[in-house]
Design a protein around this ligand. Structure first.
Ligand code: NDP
Length: 284
């Protein structure tokens, strides 16, 4: 039987519906409109398009959004000033600095300047630390979306072997930590892993977050595994594909996310979820 397709568009639509109701409630009962502040430095087309979809989604949910667009030459000090302004703006509950930043700006300095209470991307060390020790925090959006997708398949994570390919700070490491906190036995693979195929084949859950088109082939997947494909790769002809050979994997996996339409739509939904959560927490 071919694998079930995990439909990220559908799951994210139902999360957005839940959020719309929550936002309406906050406005009506508490007089509070959740707000997100975005800083976009430069004209990178991918970043511009991500920011546009974030603005559009925020608007559709009734969330106030304010984007500050500045040229690529803007100094680090000026970007830090914008972050501090958002930190002290009571209308803004969540702050997002669109990455990557131009090379003359130190990304960590900017991320560290965000008030952890408004760090809806979950990249501030305070939130990363809290994630590691199992305290309440803002969970990075893509990893949070991945867990949501797995959990909505009804698959139990406790005791399962979970293999994560990729160890970035924004996807691989946090998703591994979330799987561990749900009692999976977690293996993290990377570019120096010796026998990647053998490691992958041990995964009841396989998360691919590498950025290499179709590098995970059917023979690397354990029969019946749940496969989450985070990769977004543009191949010749302009088509978008994931890190997993989707067609081949369909015959081996029990469930798989497509690219596009899998993890991608979840990321923005989780960003909005974190923003609404930040607004709710601001009332306490
Ligand atoms: P990074 O480039 O930061 O990390 C890639 C990871 O893959 C690294 O840990 C690297 O290992 C590992 N890697 C590279 N080559 C191999 C290999 N041959 N075998 C095993 N591991 C390898 O990427 P990101 O984590 O930021 O993103 C990964 C993918 O996910 C990209 O395609 C990106 O576009 C996509 N993405 C999608 C999102 C969404 O919303 N759908 C959000 C974020 C990312 P090493 O550490 O040793 O270098």
């Amino acid at each position: 039987m071919p694998a079930t397709i995990i439909d990220g568009k559908q799951v994210s639509a139902s999360i957005r519906e839940e959020l719309t109701a929550k936002v309406e409630g906050l406005k009506a009962e508490r007089g509070l409109t959740p707000g997100i502040g975005v800083v976009l430095v430069g004209e990178d087309p991918a970043s511009q398009s991500y920011v546009k979809s974030k603005e559009k989604t925020a608007e559709s949910l009734g969330i106030y959004s304010k984007t500050i667009r500045v040229p690529a030459e803007t100094s680090e000090e000026d970007v830090l000033r914008l972050v501090r302004e958002f930190n002290s703006d009571p209308k803004i509950h969540g702050i997002l600095v669109q990455l990557p930043l131009p090379p003359h700006i130190n990304e960590n300095s900017v991320i560290f300047a965000i008030d952890p209470k408004k760090d809806v991307d979950g990249f501030h060390p305070v939130n990363i630390g809290r994630l590691h020790i199992g305290e309440d925090c803002y969970v990075p959006c893509t990893p949070a979306g991945i867990i949501e997708l797995i959990e909505r398949t009804g698959v139990e994570l406790k005791g399962k072997n979970a293999v994560v390919v990729g160890r970035s700070n924004i996807v691989g490491k946090p998703v591994a930590m979330l799987l561990l906190s749900r009692h999976s036995t977690v293996t993290i693979c990377h570019s120096r892993t010796r026998d990647l195929a053998a490691e992958c084949r041990r995964g009841d859950i396989l998360v691919a977050a590498v950025g290499k088109a179709r590098m995970i082939t059917a023979d690397m997947i354990k029969p019946g595994a749940v496969v989450i494909d985070v990769g977004v790769n543009r191949i010749e002809g302009g088509k978008l594909v994931g890190d997993v050979d989707f067609e081949g994997a369909l015959d081996v996996a029990s469930a798989i996310t497509p690219v596009p339409g899998g993890v991608g739509p979840m990321t923005i939904a989780m960003l909005m979820k974190n923003t609404v959560l930040a607004a709710e927490r601001s009332l306490k």
